[in-house]
Design a binder for this molecule. Structure first.
Ligand code: ZN
Length: 691
């Protein structure tokens, strides 16, 4: 349920703006895996196209079918795509660093010692088996000793300090309405299933997942030595508590509106709203600095309901609930019976993954969480060159220029809003590769003792680091992702776009490839992140990163009308028989994909290569650009993983990120001569046009 899942250095808000979510927010779904030997890659290979499908009938299939055939989903993955191949490479590189560090006998307290000892403790399966649940006993005793509601909130704070978010969630980030101020955000949470609707939906599949979940909770108690009958009662108790929390939770679509989740108040006001909860005690135990400007309570209704539950739910039931969440959260780092049970539910039942990743990958991932930038420092020495950064900077500049040109010519926006949009565009900052300043891990203690305790200390270190930011000036040099992460993000509060070193590889970016492939790949990614500043959420933030409307009413109406067309289009794409894409949930990402490819294309037309118009292997620059775009989303899902993705993820599945986007691009029709009668053909009146 935690750790590798919601990476704490990546705030919830930023998560909404990342390029891709490789997995659902459960531990074992956390990306990566074995196999997938590096396939030979060539920048543009026309023989990889599937001649049995036409570009106009199914563009994604035409571009990717052959790749999909030769890249089946490995047994330890829920889905597999080009991202995962890069991710695997990243993990292999990190493994080499870790193994090397483990043999170096480095001085105590150095990063090398910590990286090496984490490897040793994680790979020492004999010690892990022998210890069983023993290392976490003190925590279980603490939960058992709860007597009063003050004890309860104190224990919850202690769990939250390790990123085990039972009952509710918090995170530290910039104030949406004053980006210079770093504040505490209180968020709904406390669920063991991925999302609120999993508790409330009445379809057969949802009911089955609930039955599986109850069974899983029961199994966890049995593993702890509780008898079957009591374990079953416990599981039902937890289901009752979580269903009540789910009912009080805000739905995902509503939460996409930044104003709907902005309710700043003082701690006194929060205490008045929820008198059964001792917030002063909670924050003292959390060891946060004093809040000078208040806290944002994102979902007040959730907290009001929780306030009632603190009294109405029996204390013993809360203790049962906390026990489960504590053990389930750390299960991946315990002995094999806990690891297997955790995998069986969170990965197999929820996502269809057949077998767990090899241990070394799980250990590398935990190191990526605990010591991410220490590993990153080593990673970039082998995986990043200054030349790549130079070429990226040129592309970012060109794409920004192209976006500016498009804004100026929009026929649906008034001049004064255009002026504001151009100001915002001009203030974008960009980070490429890795941070200028590396994180200081000197206060984190890692030894070759129990693996689970290392991971818990790693989580506490992260929590401390984040809580300490409250009330301090914003550190604009900070990165929300490690350099070895295959992803990218936009942070609206800083109006910045960030591209870690690991995404600067084929098929996204290839210094040896022609411009078409790079603009269609990483260019579309750059465009995607820039467009996030102007999608249905991002556009609500001004150039300074504050949630403040800078749009004229008329322009606002025009935007919403245009965005609604995208919502309708995606609502009609149904990857599974019974589940369609949620057009509203995925709107921001779909707009970003659409805007991204549009401006990347425009930037590409400004290059010498495009102007020369030379064909390669019989394909025009225009065609190679779109093929390059289609290729970055090569990938496939297991059915249950697809279902989880559709219900919980703000990103559309890869196939629709390609096909759902190109059908709105006039140049795509031109490039491949798509006409009426082709299956993907949309009459001009039905196409969306935003940026
Ligand atoms: Zn995105």
């Amino acid at each position: 349920m935690y750790l590798c899942a919601v990476k704490p250095n990546l705030t919830m808000k930023k998560i909404l703006f990342v390029l891709v979510m490789l997995a659902t927010l459960v531990f074992a779904g956390c990306k990566s895996s074995e196999s997938s030997d590096e396939k030979a890659y060539s920048p543009f290979d026309s023989t990889s196209l599937d001649s049995t499908v036409s570009a106009g009938d199914d563009f994604f299939a035409w571009v990717n079918n052959k790749w999909l055939e030769s890249n089946p989903i490995p047994a330890d993955k829920a889905s597999f795509g080009s991202f995962h191949t890069l991710d695997d490479n990243s993990l292999k590189t990190l493994r080499v660093s870790m193994e090397k560090a483990s043999k170096e006998n480095a001085a105590k307290g150095t990063n090398t010692q910590k990286v090496g000892d984490l490897w040793i403790s994680g790979m020492d399966t004999l010690a892990i088996e022998k210890a069983g649940i023993e290392p976490i006993k003190p925590w279980l005793d603490k939960i058992n000793a709860i007597g009063t509601s003050d004890d309860l909130i104190k224990t919850i704070a202690q769990m939250h300090r390790t990123y085990n978010f039972a009952m509710f969630t918090n995170w530290v980030g910039q104030d949406d309405k004053n980006s210079a101020d770093v504040i505490m955000n209180m968020w709904q949470g406390g669920l063991g299933l991925p999302e609120r609707d999993y508790y409330l939906a009445q379809d057969a599949q949802s009911k089955k997942i609930r039955t599986d979940y109850i069974n899983h909770v029961k199994n966890v108690f049995v593993l702890m030595g509780v008898d079957e009958a009591k374990a079953t009662t416990n599981a039902n108790t937890i289901m009752t508590i979580e269903t009540a929390l789910a009912k009080a939770s805000m739905d995902q679509v509503t939460m996409r509106n930044p104003n709907a989740i902005y309710h700043k108040m003082s701690v006194d006001e929060l205490a008045k709203m929820t008198p059964n909860m001792n917030w002063k005690l909670y924050y003292t135990e959390l060891q946060t600095p004093e809040f000078k400007t208040g806290v944002n309570v994102a979902q007040p209704e959730f907290y009001k309901a929780l306030n009632g539950m603190v009294k109405s739910v029996k204390m013993d039931d809360w203790k049962t609930y906390l026990t489960y969440h504590w053990v389930d959260g750390v299960s991946p780092y315990l002995s094999s019976s806990f690891v297997s049970e955790n995998f069986d539910f969170h990965s197999k039942k929820l996502n269809g993954i057949e077998q767990n990743k090899p241990r070394w990958k799980r250990v590398v991932e935990s190191a990526d969480f605990c010591l991410g930038e220490a590993l990153g420092e080593e990673y970039v020495k082998t995986a990043f060159t200054p030349e790549s950064k130079e070429r990226m900077l040129v592309m970012v500049d060109n794409i920004k220029t192209a976006f500016g040109e498009r804004i100026k010519t929009l026929d649906w926006m008034t001049d004064s809003t255009k002026e504001q949009a151009l100001i915002k565009l001009s203030t974008f900052t960009v980070k490429i590769g890795y941070p200028d300043k590396w994180r200081d891990y000197s206060k984190l203690e890692i030894d070759n003792g129990p693996f689970v305790l290392n991971v818990i200390r790693g989580a506490e270190f992260e929590a401390n680091r984040n809580y300490a930011k409250i009330g301090q000036p914003v550190d604009k040099t900070e990165w929300g992702m490690t350099p070895q992460t295959v992803n990218a993000y936009y942070n609206p509060s800083n109006n910045e776009i960030v591209f870690p070193a690991a995404i600067l590889q084929p098929p996204f970016f290839d210094p040896k490839a022609d411009d078409a492939v790079n603009y269609g790949g990483i260019g579309a990614v750059i465009g995607h992140e820039i467009t996030h500043g102007f999608d249905d959420q991002g556009r609500m933030y001004d150039a300074k990163g504050n949630l403040q409307m800078w749009w004229k009413d008329k322009d606002n109406t025009n935007f919403v009308e245009r965005a609604n067309k995208v919502v309708e289009q995606f609502n009609n794409y149904c990857p599974l028989d019974s589940v369609c894409i949620n057009g509203k949930l995925t709107l921001g990402e779909n707009i970003a994909d659409f805007g991204g490819i549009t401006i990347a294309y425009q930037a590409y037309t400004m290059t010498e290569e495009f102007k020369a118009g030379k064909a390669i292997a019989g394909f025009t620059p225009q065609q190679r650009f779109f093929i390059g775009f289609g290729r970055i989303w090569a990938g496939q899902y297991r059915e249950s993983a697809m279902r989880t993705q559709l219900l919980t993820n703000v990103h559309s599945p890869g196939k629709w990120r390609v096909n759902g986007t190109v059908v709105n691009i006039p140049e795509w029709y031109q490039a491949f001569g798509i006409k009426e009668g082709d299956k993907m053909y949309l009459p001009e009146a039905d196409r969306a046009k935003i940026w």
